[in-house]
Design a protein around this ligand. Sequence first.
Ligand code: ZN
Length: 153
Amino acid sequence: MSSLQAIIRTETKVYPERFMGYLSVIIMELNITCLHRRNMLMCTECCGVPVYANATSAKCKQCEKETALRINPRMLGPVIDETGTTSTGKLILSSSAWEQLLGRTAEELVASTADVLKYLEQRLLFVRVTLLFGWVAEEGEGVGRLCIWGVRM
Ligand SMILES: [Zn+2]
């Protein structure tokens, strides 16, 4: 999102450590049903390898430890902002932001049937949402991490 990054670059000069803001976007693509079909709704990384499942936890194939999974960030595809700029990078959403976007918890999401997920995907597609984001600068980098901590429908 180049315009967003431009805003952030300007604002981070004023508030070097931290910046909060919001952005109105339209969801252009969602990958709920396809990730569900591939058993990849949730994911994490353990022992340097990705772990996927349609469950809130799964066993790592390397260390065989049960590990907690988070919503797969690939679920949310490109979004387009008010200037018509499409985001290219993956957005990082907090678990409460996902909950607000999907209208359900991760537990409820993985327990949903294929039909419910298809309906959810259709309902959210091309919907305008407000992303509440926070920007945390990382030391010595001149760049930082952008995290979506809330979603307003
Ligand atoms: Zn492991």
